[in-house]
Design a protein around this ligand. Structure first.
Ligand SMILES: *Cc1c(COP(=O)(O)O)cnc(C)c1O
Ligand code: SF4
Length: 346
């Protein structure tokens, strides 16, 4: 996610004040770029593009994730995903504040209905990590985060649309909410007979695997629907031992695990990086789902990989891997009825 101004970000911290292990880890997440650089033993003048201490979209990264960065490497693919750099202030033509036109899909506060048969709930604006390329960094979360009692309107909308069979919990990161609040949301959906699936879009098992605790597993395994959890992992180095352990626990309660990644220049735009990612995901029980071309959001231009480059990269990946380990290369195009596959014209 998330906003450029400081005040909405401070309200995000509401989610992070309680006292289980994962909440304490979130509360002590690294927020100072210089502290992060000290942790990974990289000096600021080595960073490609220079670091930005202005923090318009502030740094946030849990210690657990920072520990998976290679010390001494200013080009570490995990570091580059989170470190604010001066490159971000360049204004590029064609890079917009709402590139995927989410505001046009708001059917009820907090509910986006863009595609047939499924709706997406913006459950929170908060995230455990701030990804520099995030396409939601300018989304008006404050206005689209229903309070505890407002899920009734979203739930009524779903109930009156029998073609909706799947609800997606998204954000921000829905697992920033504590499990009690997640169960308030699922309780508001219980009575809807046509719901078959609950899908969760979350980076939490990857960045803060402590979040997959017994309380959460109990909630998830008690739901009346099939559940699908879509992780967001961009690089094989993100899949540490405790991440794999958390993913295993999810698999053992019958959750279908898929991954979406974003194709990012200098992070994962090589055949080796993509193959290693798919192999490591599968070894952790996760199938690759989407590889997104970057949404053209202001401030993220330096991560952009062109369509031509992406297509030939994926051609090479396809020559290395079984078909089920090749994610679909897609781009979200405003107004299109699905995420658009990007491939050679034949
Ligand atoms: C991406 C997205 C979905 C899910 O699309 P799938 O192709 O089913 O993964 C649903 N709603 C919105 C608003 C989305 O942006
Ligand atoms: S976890 Fe997802 S929503 Fe949150 S900052 Fe990263 S890309 Fe954005």
């Amino acid at each position: 996610m998330i906003p450029f101004t400081a005040s909405p970000c401070q309200s995000d911290d509401d989610e992070f004040v309680e006292n289980s292990l994962w909440q304490r880890e979130l509360a002590r997440a690294i927020k100072d770029p210089l502290e992060l650089l000290a942790t990974v033993k990289v000096s600021a003048d080595k960073i490609p593009g220079g670091i930005d201490l202005q923090q318009t979209f502030p740094l946030r990264v849990p210690h657990n994730y920072a520990a998976r960065m290679q010390t001494g490497d200013p080009a570490d693919p995990l570091l580059l995903q989170v470190l604010p750099r001066q490159l971000e202030s360049a204004i590029q033509p064609g890079f917009l504040r709402d590139p995927v036109d989410d505001t046009a899909a708001i059917a009820r506060p907090g509910l986006l209905h863009k595609y047939h048969g499924r709706v997406l709930l913006i459950t929170t604006g908060a995230c455990p990590i701030h990804c520099r390329y995030c396409f939601r960094r300018h989304f008006p979360y404050a206005k689209n985060r229903p309070g505890d009692r407002q899920w009734a309107a979203a739930s009524e909308y779903i109930a009156t649309h029998p073609e909706i069979t799947e609800v997606i919990l998204s954000g921000g990161d829905p697992l920033s909410l504590n499990t009690k609040r997640l169960s308030d949301i699922s309780n508001a959906l219980h009575h809807i007979p046509h719901l078959r699936r609950l899908r969760i879009h979350t980076r939490m098992p990857i960045v803060l695997p402590e979040r997959i605790d017994n309380d959460f597993l109990r909630w998830l395994s008690g739901l009346p629907w099939q559940s699908v959890l879509i992780t967001h992992c961009n690089h094989a180095n993100e899949l540490g031992h405790d991440v794999q352990h958390a993913l295993n626990k999810l698999r053992h309660i019958g959750v279908t695990l898929l991954n979406q990644a974003v194709l990012l220049k200098d992070v994962n735009d090589s055949v080796n990086a993509q193959c290693a990612l798919s192999e490591s995901l599968f070894a952790s029980g996760v199938l690759p789902y989407y590889l997104h071309l970057l949404d053209r959001v202001q401030g993220a231009e330096h991560f952009d990989v062109s369509e031509t480059t992406a297509i030939s990269l994926m051609d090479e990946v396809r020559q290395q891997l079984p078909g089920f380990l090749v994610p679909q290369l897609v781009r979200e195009i405003a107004g299109e009825p699905y995420k658009t596959p990007i491939q050679h014209l034949t």
